[in-house]
Design a protein around this ligand. Structure first.
Ligand code: ASP
Length: 305
């Protein structure tokens, strides 16, 4: 049996100390700690990496603080359209959903796609229909409404721009884990971009872009301006550098975020683990909400660089 490890993110971007209040800081740290502990309790009791990432993401989806599940941003039309994906590094099975409305926990829907469908990626009304058939908990628009997110939409609409969570803050959530059997998994969930139109889908639910897991290499969950992560096939690129070039997890993750992603013009970050339980948390933005834990160690939490 080997030692487990787990890392989570609650988004990256222009998260500046000067713009934070101590109360806000504490609220994020508390939420991140709760999510990492939730995931860790699964790993500690011998549970799978897949169950651990799911548990940690569900907790963040249920928090108003993050742009996922309950805290999702509004589309141009004033609705919440969510994307999520989960992948198992042992079997390479994956489940993903996009443009989902009215489902309380999109990550649970992605998991059902992985487990109970013959497909990998469902979107829109079909995904919602599948959620209903699977008996997943639904939620009314009121559940997703927050005045803060609504003001963000009005502001973005007035400026006529599609914007990240709030002035270049991306608060998508994600988790990666390595369990005691040495299996790894990744999960990502998001409301996408404020004021998005035309059925825009980001990187988070796209296997290989925002989410990827493979026991031979690594499990990755990304956060940042999705278009760059899709074009850079970022999550899979970390895996490829390890598989084909023999880079370590840290080397591969840092190269992709600090060299490749910056050259493309994108900012953001990622969290990654490998099957030995190593963790990498690189980001090229001012901050990234993040937490991590390894068996026998105290959890760590970080916001700024
Ligand atoms: N990557 C997400 C997207 O583009 C945004 C985020 O990370 O907050 O949909």
């Amino acid at each position: 049996m080997q030692k487990y490890s787990l890392a989570i993110h609650g988004g990256a971007g222009t998260i500046l100390r000067a713009e934070m209040t101590p109360e806000k800081e504490r609220a994020y740290e508390t939420a991140l700690l709760a999510a990492i502990q939730e995931g860790e309790s699964v790993l500690k009791s011998g549970g799978s990496a897949l169950n651990a990432v799911e548990a940690a993401v569900v907790l963040m989806e249920n928090s108003e603080l993050f742009n996922a599940g309950k805290g999702s941003v509004f589309t141009h039309d004033g609705v919440n359209e969510m994307d999520a994906a989960i992948m198992c590094g042992e079997t390479l099975q994956a489940g993903a959903v996009a443009m989902v409305q009215g489902v309380k926990n999109p990550i649970l829907l992605a998991r059902r796609v992985l487990e109970a469908s013959e497909h990998v990626f469902l979107c829109g009304s079909g995904a919602t229909q599948f959620a209903r058939e699977q008996g997943l908990e639904e939620a009314l628009p009121d559940y997703f409404f927050s005045e803060f997110r609504y003001q963000q939409l009005l502001e973005a609409r007035a400026w006529g721009r599609v914007q990240l969570d709030h002035s270049k803050k991306y608060s998508t959530v994600g988790a990666v884990a390595c369990d005691r059997q040495g299996n790894i998994a990744a999960a990502t969930s998001t409301g996408g971009l404020t004021n998005k139109k035309y059925g825009r889908i980001g990187d988070s639910p796209i296997i290989g872009a925002g989410t990827y897991a493979n026991n031979r290499t690594c499990a990755v969950s990304c956060t940042g301006y999705g278009e760059y992560f899709i074009r850079g096939v970022i999550a899979y690129d970390v895996s490829c550098l390890m598989e084909y070039k023999g880079l370590s997890l840290q080397e591969a993750a840092e190269f992709v975020i600090h060299e490749k992603q910056l050259a493309l013009g994108g900012d953001g970050g990622l969290i990654a683990v490998d099957a030995k339980g190593n963790i990498a948390l690189p980001f090229n933005s001012a901050g990234m909400y993040r937490a991590w834990v390894k068996a026998g160690e105290e959890p760590g939490v970080g916001i700024y660089r």
